[in-house]
Write a protein that binds this ligand. Structure first.
Ligand code: UD1
Length: 418
């Protein structure tokens, strides 16, 4: 097991560069399965989730070459359409590989995906959409087999704007006969990035970033080079770290437009924020103020930032309320914050945080990716030493989080413990 050992209390100051987006990189890597021509990607974050995804592509027969921070994937000789169960279980986004495999080969075999245990996370919307596109689904024991003669463009109305289901519909209908029209599509910036990447290789995806997306089927894709967008959740995490620890930071190479609700919340809490093209600067106030937050699909407050804000709000003066509307099991980090002295009461989908609390360093356990990052923020704000165990979760989604925080002045080190 790996842990972070943090000595709290240091102010953080300086500049830091945002990494490529985890949630955009995963479906964008899947575009290389659809496209038999070489796909070169820049700005792929070096994290466990992208490593596992690339490992799966290799296993399926793709050739992968890495050169100077760019990765070229060639799926010309890809000869397998089944994703091994062990790898499928390692992360949830493997499910979007299914859409790309079906889109290219008209068949795919996969199992229920894994990923963070933050709620039930069913894939019914993905499978129902596949059925609408003319794909036959055969669910047998642990494996799901999908097959069709051709994919037929259809009108698909999603019951909920699921990010993964929207990505899977787009990926599976790039070569469809006719047009596919999604209503109530997810509007997340990562969907826009996926569409932009696909269009750069000759696909015809329109409306991404809105609730109505149309995909006109094309016959083939061509060679492409694409740079993945900045990680808006990592940017938000770094800003919250400084808001909590004190000091000032500029996050560079990011996209402020993708983070407006988070920036607004930080401003409401009293932080001074400056936006300049692809840079966000934040100066922590003397005293943070309590605010209320409710998670919603984009452009609402992102559920992935909820635990991180939750940790930060323990240091705010007054009562803050958080309502989690997307995942039902995303408050597990609060048990650990309470052990560090936080005053948090949970009732169903809501928590009430009363501050100001000066957290006290403790040995705590990450239980999921963003909950783990929340504990790192808590450790930076706490008095004394905090040991965050099980950081394998954090390493799944953050590139060099400890190194970036250290460069700003944090006292944090990674340690292997048995
Ligand atoms: C993606 C992000 C994740 C983020 C989430 C919501 C990736 C790799 N992960 O996850 O970081 O927290 O969007 O912004 O991009 N649902 C169903 N049936 C389905 C699919 C989803 O009921 O078939 C429900 C889920 O249980 C959840 C809600 O819809 O309650 C949102 O899920 P979804 O938008 O699909 O999230 P993911 O794509 O898994």
């Amino acid at each position: 097991m790996l842990s972070y050992i943090i000595q709290g209390g240091n102010e953080l100051n300086g500049n830091v560069v945002a990494s490529g987006s985890k949630n955009a990189a995963l479906p964008i890597i899947a575009t290389a399965i659809l496209n038999p021509e070489p796909v070169t990607l820049y700005n792929i974050p070096d994290i466990e989730d992208t490593k596992i995804t690339l490992e799966i592509l290799k296993l399926l027969g793709c050739k992968i070459t890495k050169n100077n921070g760019k990765i070229t994937i060639c799926s010309k000789n890809m000869n397998k359409t089944a994703i091994p169960k062990e790898l499928m279980h390692k992360l949830r986004s493997t499910v979007v590989l299914a859409g790309a495999i079906i889109g290219r080969f008209k068949e795919a075999t996969f199992s229920y995906p894994g990923g963070c245990n933050i709620g039930a996370r069913p894939i019914d919307l993905h499978l129902d959409s596949f059925k609408k596109l003319g794909i036959t689904i055969d669910e047998r024991e642990e494996y799901i087999h999908c097959k069709c003669d051709k994919i037929l463009g259809k009108r698909i109305k999603l019951k909920f704007p699921s990010v993964g289901a929207t990505e899977n519909i787009i990926l599976s209908s790039v070569y469809a006969k006719g047009a596919t029209h999604i209503t109530n599509a997810a509007k997340e910036p990562e969907i826009k990035d996926l569409a932009k990447c696909l269009n750069s290789m000759g696909a015809k995806v329109f409306g991404a970033g809105t609730g109505e997306i149309t995909i006109f089927g094309v016959k083939k894709l061509h060679k492409a080079t694409y740079k993945i967008m900045a990680d808006r959740i990592e940017t938000g995490t770094l800003l919250c770290a400084v808001a909590g620890a004190g000091g000032s930071v500029t996050v560079e190479n990011t996209n402020p437009e993708n983070l407006l609700t988070v920036l607004y919340s930080l401003k409401e809490m009293g932080c001074h924020i400056k936006i300049n093209k692809d840079k966000i600067s934040l100066q922590a106030p003397k005293q943070l103020k309590a605010i209320d937050i409710e998670t919603e699909p984009y452009p609402g407050f992102p559920t992935d930032m909820q635990p991180i804000m939750g940790a930060l709000l323990t240091k705010a003066e007054g009562k803050s309320n958080i309502k989690e509307n997307i995942f039902e099991n995303r408050f597990k980090y609060t048990e650990e914050l309470i052990r560090m002295g936080a005053n948090i009461i949970q009732e169903d989908k809501n928590i009430e945080i009363t501050g100001v609390t000066e957290l006290v360093g403790k040995e705590v356990m990450s239980k999921d990716l963003r909950g783990g990052a929340a504990l790192v923020i808590a450790g930076l704000m706490a008095k004394g030493e905090t040991k965050v165990n099980n950081i394998e979760y954090i390493l799944r989604g953050y590139e060099n989080l400890d190194i970036k925080l250290k460069s700003l002045g944090a006292n944090i080190k990674k340690e292997k413990v048995n």
